[in-house]
Write a protein that binds this ligand. Sequence first.
Ligand code: GDP
Ligand code: IMO
Ligand code: MG
Length: 412
Amino acid sequence: MARQYNPSNVAVIGMEWGDEGKGKIVDFLAEKADIIARFNGGNNAGHTIEANNKKIVVHLVPSGVMHRNKFNVVGNGLVIDPKILLHEIKNLEKNGIKISPQNLAISENAHVILPHHIAEDRQAGGKIGTTGRGIGPAYTDKAARIGLRMQDFVDDSIFKKRFGEEEFYQEYKGYAEELKPYINDTTAIINDAIGNNKKVIFEGAQGTLLDIDHGTYPFVTSSSATSGGVCTGLGISPRKVQSVMGVCKAYKTRVGNGPFPTEITGAVGQKIQKIGREFGATTGRERRVGWFDALIGKYAVMVNGIDSIALTKLDVFTTVDKLKICVAYKYKGNVLKDFTTSIKILQNCQPVYEELDGWWDDITKVRSYDKLPNNAKKYLRRIEELLKVPISIISVGPKREQTIVARNEFLV
Ligand code: GDP
Ligand code: IMO
Ligand code: MG
């Protein structure tokens, strides 16, 4: 399909293992959008937004909430912990952000996370290093066709019949009543909006390598975090997704277990972790850090059909003397140029690096591509060359305004 410039809708997708800065980018793009819609995951996600002199972390509510007069949709592809969602809504209100059915709709077909899902995850999720939020068990029930949909949760005749004997029933019945006004046919809402040329941002949670099908299985989450998930997680045609923006960090991070070929240990790794404040927005866990991996980048471009990249955290590299980009893996005497989901290879390969010079100037106040240091531009250009995709946005700090638009034509 021909590339559509200045699209009416854009999917924002994590290119790695999550925490790429999707929340910041979605908030930035949301200024020009009408609707912001989440399509996968649950409160395993933690999306940070810094704008209007506030810093908030959203887990279930889409990252459009800092803008007034935008409509936010939580799609059918999510699993929702009702207690956490209500808590989040109240917290946002404490921050002066008003949430009501006027600006938030929750799919009637999203599934509900119940206390036994959380208990099961806490017990069994250790090997993967899950967030312990009940995500896997809730999706397991969905796939086994024994899950509880939102529409059945808020219909007490159904909820009571299934869970009336459970200890949590009374407490959760209260949550159901509070959430009822938000439950809606979000498939119709999104399709009507697209039909009426409204601008929509599809907000991904997690990232390509955490995708249940395309990630580093079994060290993945249980949902479709790639662009394919937009269609199933919201009920829209693939022909309606006009553009895909991949979000990636200038370096890589990973929380939880699983292979990480370019992981940096030692002093440089600790420096990047410290400057980049690499601690999870959901669990507070340390994020492992690694060099940019072009194999992962190319893979994410292919799987998602990425049109342009939003590259975040470039500022964190300031004062790092030498920057490395992984361009191949060596495995048992062979040189691999393409990513693989084989855990055996990923755990035992040696990355082949190109080395680039770093820069020393503070770039957090730079607002145009031209003003970036030459070595920063060289780094960005090399990534564009390797991934064969343009970088449309460069993020140089956590705040909304710390953003450089390099290619306006990929934004809504
Ligand atoms: P998400 O899950 O993809 O939305 O990302 P998170 O919010 O979990 O993690 C990204 C972290 O990096 C957050 O603390 C953001 O505030 C922060 N951040 C985003 N972009 C930048 C950037 O360009 N520079 C710096 N220094 N921090 C950033
Ligand atoms: P956002 O949207 C980073 C990771 C967990 C674990 C694995 C499975 O903020 O980018 P789960 O609880 O989903 O069953 O855990 O996936 N994980 C994330 N890592 N960012 C996220 O979301 C994540 N959501 C899940 O650490 O390794
Ligand atoms: Mg996060």
